[in-house]
Design a protein around this ligand. Sequence first.
Ligand code: PLP
Length: 354
Amino acid sequence: MKKHNFSAGPCILPQEVFKEASQAILDFNNSGLSILEISHRSADFVSVMDEAQSLALELLGLKDKGYKALFLQGGASMQFLMAAYNLLEKKAAYLNTGTWSSKAIKEAKLFGEITEVASSKDRNFNYIPKSYAIPEDIDYFHCTSNNTIFGTQIKEFPATGKTMVCDMSSDIFSRELDFAKFDLIYAGAQKNMGPAGTTLVVIKEDILGKVSRKIPSMMDYSVHISKDSMFNTPAVYAVYVSMLTLRWIKSKGGLKEMESLNNEKAHLLYSEIDRNPLFTGFAAKEDRSAMNATFNLTDESHKEIFDKLWKDAGVNGLNGHRSVGGYRASMYNALPLESVQVVVDCMKELENKV
Ligand SMILES: *Cc1c(COP(=O)(O)O)cnc(C)c1O
C-alpha cells in the first residue's frame, strides 16, 4: 500500500512522475537504451537539460529577463560557499532564521565580512525577524525563504536595493512570488522538485564577474553558464526526474495552482493544531510555513498512542527534527490533500482515546 509520505526530504514526488521515471530506466524515449546508460552529450539528454532549464525559468516567470538556470551538484550546501565565492568581495548581510541560514553564514565567513542583520535564535528559530536594518555597503543580502527544520517561512521579503540571494530549497515552485526581486536563487532538488543529486541555481547573469579573487572552474557560475550546465557530467537521472516534475507542475496550472493547493493543505492541518487541545504549534502563527508544519503534543505521555495511530494509518515521516522534537508534517507540492486529512483524523482520534 502506498504510504502517506510526509518526509522532509528526499520527499514525495507525483505518482505520475515515479511511473514515467521508472519506465525511462528500462527504455528511454523508445531508444532501446536506459536513461542510466546514455551519454549526457546525446541529443536525447541535451533536450532534457534544455527543457528542465527552460521550464524552471518559465515557472518562475524569469524567461527573457537575463537569468540562467543551472543544474549543479553538491547540494544546496555547496551553494552556501559558491554564492560567496562568486559574489562576496568585502561584506555581505545575512538573515539568520535557522540551521540552514547558520550554515550558509559559516561558509560565507571564509570569504569576507558577514553581518548578521537579525537572528531568531533567541527563540529556537520559531519566528522570522521583521524589523532590521540592512547596511548600505554590502555586496549582497542572503536569506532562506523557508526553514525546513523549524517550520517558518518568509512571507514578505525586504526591499534592499542590493543583490538578493535566496536559499529556496524547501519551497521553490510552491507559491507565486515576484522572483525577479532575486538575483540568485538556489534549491536542492530533493525538497520539492526531484530526487537528491542535483541543485537548481537560477542566476541573473549581470551580477557575475565583480569579485577580484580567482575562482576554480567547478565553483565558477560563469563557467557553468558558458557550458550550459554541462561543464562536467551532470546528475543525468536527477535532472531528468526534476524535468518530469516541472512538466507536472506546469500541467497542473503552474505556481498559482500549487500555491492554492498548498494553502488548502496547510489550512487543514494548522486548523486542527489550533483546535485540538492535545497539540500546540511550534512556529509563530504569522510565520507558519505552508511546506513544513511543526507541532508538539501538549502532554508528551500521549506520544506512544499517537505514534501508533499515525503509523497504523499508513503515515510516514511525521517525526520532528531533533532540534525541535515533536512532529513535522512536510506537505510539498506532490502530497495530496487526502494525506493531510489522514493525519488530521489521527489527531482527532487521539482526543477520543485519551
Ligand atoms: C535541505 C536544505 C539544505 C541542504 O540541502 P543539501 O542539498 O542537502 O545540501 C539547505 N537549505 C535548506 C533550506 C534545506 O531545506
